[in-house]
Design a protein around this ligand. Structure first.
Ligand SMILES: *Cc1c(COP(=O)(O)O)cnc(C)c1O
Length: 338
């Protein structure tokens, strides 16, 4: 099977498993796990923040960030199709108890400064006040779109000028950095906090990082405990995370493979292929006379796993465990369906 459902399906490398087996560990709730401490320091350095926190999942990282940035009853200004609102089980309502106001981020998923200004709410007798602006980079539902430093800065500036902090869901932050040919720290510099996943294109089995100022991370550590995410000898996971973080220069390979898929499928009658920025390829199969569910099922019979991503849209995601030759095979198999 060629598994293009998600970049989360990667399995830890032998090197990761060796590092996990021999990791130096301690009780991380006491702050005594040297491998966790190393990972948190390394992650903070890589994204240019004062501090960072290891969390079990990207979802928990986002939920902690929004909880720390807001007060109960605030508004969170988020993109209509953002992961934090669409795929986190309504966590903003449950964990931060905030109300969501959405903006339409257009092609790349990032709001214009005017959209941010229009979405901010000033607290008064009747209105709740905005507690946080959330951005997503890359934006998953828009097709793994990489949002430029300029667009991030322009949106963040409007929020921050109004004393509203900015959180970036950067599950695939390093994919964005690679596509834009900038350092990840440049994408993080304009904002107040960022979450990125170790467990997607970077290939770790478990874990994400939340990064920001030292006082922010201090509060985040306490909320992580509240959410049940305080871990003990978590250095076994951090050991893989450190190798994952070091491997970020391999992401352009995934982007080249996504281009290969897109170029191959674009020539097929009935498939409408969105040109990928990064490792995600969206394909509308409507003109092939199929809905997404039918296409997904037929693809599986040809040995290719893809994700249903809308009524007629499927998502193909490249990652470390699919090769260039797998992608060529996938193009042949998927073309034969239509
Ligand atoms: C995967 C993902 C997350 C959450 O990560 P999990 O580790 O699966 O909880 C958050 N945001 C985006 C954009 C993602 O793609």
């Amino acid at each position: 099977m060629i598994d293009l459902r998600s970049d989360t399906v990667t399995r830890p490398t032998d090197k990761m498993r060796d590092a996990m087996a021999s990791a130096e560990v301690g009780d991380d709730v006491y702050g005594e796990d040297p491998t966790i401490n190393d990972l948190e320091a390394t992650a903070a350095r890589v994204v240019g923040t004062e501090a960072a926190l290891f969390v079990p999942s990207g979802t928990m990282g986002n939920q902690i960030a929004i909880r720390v940035h807001t007060d109960r009853g605030d508004e969170a200004l988020v993109e209509t199709d953002a992961h934090v609102v669409k795929y986190e089980v309504g966590g903003l309502a449950q964990h931060a108890q905030v109300q969501v106001r959405t903006y339409d981020g257009g092609e790349n998923g990032c709001p214009t400064p005017d959209q941010v200004a229009a979405g901010l709410v000033d607290e008064d007798l009747h209105r709740p006040g905005t507690g946080v602006l959330c951005l997503e980079n890359t934006h998953n539902v828009k097709g793994g779109t990489a949002v430029s430093v300029e667009d991030v800065s322009a949106a963040a500036e409007v929020a921050q000028d109004n004393d509203v902090p900015v959180h970036v869901d950067g599950a695939r932050l390093f994919n964005a950095a690679a596509a834009l040919d900038v350092e990840a720290a440049e994408l993080v510099e304009p904002v107040d906090s960022v979450m990125f996943c170790l467990s997607k294109g970077l290939g770790a089995p478990v874990g994400s990082m939340l990064a920001g100022s030292a006082p922010f991370i201090e509060q985040a550590r306490r909320v992580r405990k509240l959410f049940g995410g305080g871990m003990r000898q978590a250095g076994v996971l951090a050991a893989a995370g450190l190798l994952a973080l070091e491997s970020r220069d391999r992401l352009p390979k995934d982007h080249a493979n996504a281009d290969l898929l897109a170029d191959g499928l674009r020539d097929v009658d009935g498939l409408d292929v969105q040109a990928p920025d990064t490792n995600i390829v969206l394909v509308d199969v409507n003109d092939a006379g199929m809905d997404a569910a039918t296409f997904v099922e037929a693809a599986e019979e040809e040995g290719v796993l893809v994700s249903e991503f809308g009524e007629t849209v499927v998502r193909l995601t490249t990652h470390r465990d699919v090769t260039e030759s797998d992608c060529r095979t996938a193009v042949d198999q998927l073309s034969s369906l239509v």
